[in-house]
Design a protein around this ligand. Sequence first.
Ligand code: AMP
Length: 280
Amino acid sequence: MKVIYNIREMQRVSEGHRNSQMVIGFVPTMGFFHKGHISLIKEAKRISDISAASIFVNPVQFGKGEDYKVYPVDIDGDIKKAEEIGIDYLFIPSASDIYPGGYKTFIDVKKITESLCGKSRTGHFRGVATIVVKLFNIIKPHKVLLGQKDFQQALVIRELVKDLNMDIDVIVMPTIRERDGLAMSSRNSYLNKRERESATLLYRSLKLAERMIKDGEKSPERILSEMKNIIQREDIADIDYISICDPETLQEIDRIEGKILIALAVFIGKTRLIDNIMVS
Ligand code: AMP
């Protein structure tokens, strides 16, 4: 595995592989690798000739008062984990190279960024869309692997790839969970013991919703009310949003029919966690 810090060097390397007809698979990340990241990187290696991942904690996708300054970092640990998998390249650019003084260009995906996380994190998806387009121009991948855990993010990236005519396959991989159902996330490292125990309520409320739907419930309102009951019983939990919506448009629905997405964001203490499931 080669670790590359320089943008021009990464571009030259990728261009060389493209010229040799190699298929490049790419996993963008913010690092502090857990089994969710690992599953994407392993899949990238499996389905491409050349596999690459990036680590970049992207300042422009964090809002004021969010956790940019304290976001967990373990570059040495990440390099070790990536090496064990045997990925070809790990790209770790600096913020000053990615956004030099006078930086001006941002990507704005409309509509699907206005609900769910986009509503409570103004500007977040503008930051996400901008960094992924920049990374795609540097790594030049044929395939990009993303996690379902960040469902709205995957949808935004799929949409911008289509709208900007990028010749890239977007592949969404299942959410990897802890034994008790908590979705793996770098932010889980913020949780103390009590918070970690409470954090299972995200997945428990999603599973309850799934069970209600399987038992024939058609009313989103009744499902939302039962989910809220589970969450509000815990005094350190604070709901940011819960949404039962169409997985293509992210618009809330008023009757359960066909494929639906149930997504939520909940503060456990000061830590904002997200999760979702698709139900047919
Ligand atoms: P992050 O480093 O949090 O920006 O995540 C990098 C990529 O890993 C994104 O595509 C995420 O959706 C994906 N990811 C994060 N957590 C998980 C998980 N528990 N299971 C599967 N993929 C994940």
